[in-house]
Design a protein around this ligand. Structure first.
Ligand code: CO
Length: 148
């Protein structure tokens, strides 16, 4: 009898548990230079938010790599101005800079990586931009990110 109650409780609570654990997000970047999302909302109750990025395109990483970089929206122009392929694929073509808040390396076909975001570094009333820092990509591969 006790077991049956536990069983029912589990199935009643399971959807709540799975829906409330929204401190992670899967994002795909495709061969058409598109992210599958235009805006990301991070719940401020999350101390860490994980974005798992997968490149579903089929072009070599050196031809059309995809990554995710997060900056304040007001720093987007500056950060894209310091993109430098000499920095290498693993840096997302970006040097160390305080205005680059979070970034991943470039991914090739079928590669995935998880970006761990410490939400202490984000503010609620700030607008952020996420984008791909591959040359020629950030004009279209970008979106808004906010902490709610
Ligand atoms: Co890209």
């Amino acid at each position: 009898m006790l077991n049956k109650k536990f069983f029912l409780l589990f199935f009643l609570l399971f959807p709540l548990i799975s829906f409330s654990s929204s401190c992670s997000l899967n994002v795909e970047a495709n061969g058409m230079m598109q992210f599958d999302t235009k805006s990301i909302e991070i719940d401020s109750s999350c101390s860490e938010f994980n974005i798992t990025l997968k490149n579903t395109g089929d072009l070599d990483v050196k031809l059309a790599g995809h990554n995710i970089v997060i900056t304040k929206a007001s720093d987007f122009e500056y950060v894209t101005s310091i993109v430098n392929p000499a920095e290498g694929l693993d840096t997302g073509y970006l040097p160390k800079d305080s205005k680059v808040l979070f970034k991943t390396k470039f991914l090739g076909p079928n590669e995935a990586t998880t970006l761990k975001i410490n939400t202490d570094k984000l503010q609620k009333n700030e607008k952020y931009t996420f984008f791909c820092s591959f040359l020629g990509h950030w004009g279209v591969m970008k979106g808004d990110l906010v902490l709610k």
